[in-house]
Design a protein around this ligand. Sequence first.
Ligand code: SF4
Ligand code: SF4
Length: 296
Amino acid sequence: MIQPDDPWGFEEEPVETWNDLLSAQAVDILPLIAFLLLAYVSFHRKSVRLKYVTLAASVLYMGFAKSNLLSITDVFRVVDWSFPPFRHNIAWYLFAGFTVVSTVLWGRFYCGRVCAYGAFTQLMDAILPSSWRVDVPKGIEKRAGYIKFGILATVLAYYAVTHNTMVYRYVEPFWMFGRSESSVLLWAMLGTLLAATVFVRNLYCRFLCPLGATLGVISFLTVFKIKRWSECKTCKICEKTCEWGAIEGPRIIQTECVRCDDCERVYADEAKCPHWRILDYKKRKGGTIPLTAVRS
Ligand code: SF4
Ligand code: SF4
């Protein structure tokens, strides 16, 4: 508006400096950086205790305190190539950038310890008696793993036709943290999902999540894959250890692996992994030792 003392409207709008922008968003950016660092350190150290600290922090901070999760609506942004202004959404860019880069580097790292819903169901799994669990037969588990890709394709097709972002509420339970946009139907769906998760561990993440499916597709690019020994072709210990159905004989199924570390701990454990015992036996017999590590 033209002011009486500036009849030509020459007075400039105050320009926000980067200092102003960063100070205003520091309350979002700094705890996010601290959380992502915790997630990375827990992954790097392969520490079970730190992993559970990270999962608890994810539920409490990313979930209930901030309700800050990536979602299929962020995939819609990519479809539309329409992103929020960088200057006022630095935390979102940091979070989305971290997720994409970590997926390219290690696979579905986001699902294994950053996503609050995934963390919530992993904590459920750790707390509930294991005798309640139903182990899904391998053949069904493998086929059920494709459902999430079907849901992703269906939701993207629906969005391409309608441009209705609100569809996310019916395919993602993440709204439960902010309790926004809820309805009796949505609570009933969530209740059913959580009740089923009591018996089938990580049900949503393994079979239904369209964001997990998106990250699964990106994880075909994984740079640092889990190493496997040549003995993995016949040994089934890691395959039985994996709670995500992501190991098939010697092969890691990249789309399903969430880098939970469980198999990597077995792999490195000289008391559990037959590779080390065979190595030890060969050493004692004075034979030559083929120290073979293969990438899946
Ligand atoms: S599969 Fe979906 S819900 Fe599960 S951890 Fe990944 S993004 Fe979260
Ligand atoms: S046990 Fe291994 S293969 Fe299975 S999800 Fe965890 S890291 Fe991936």
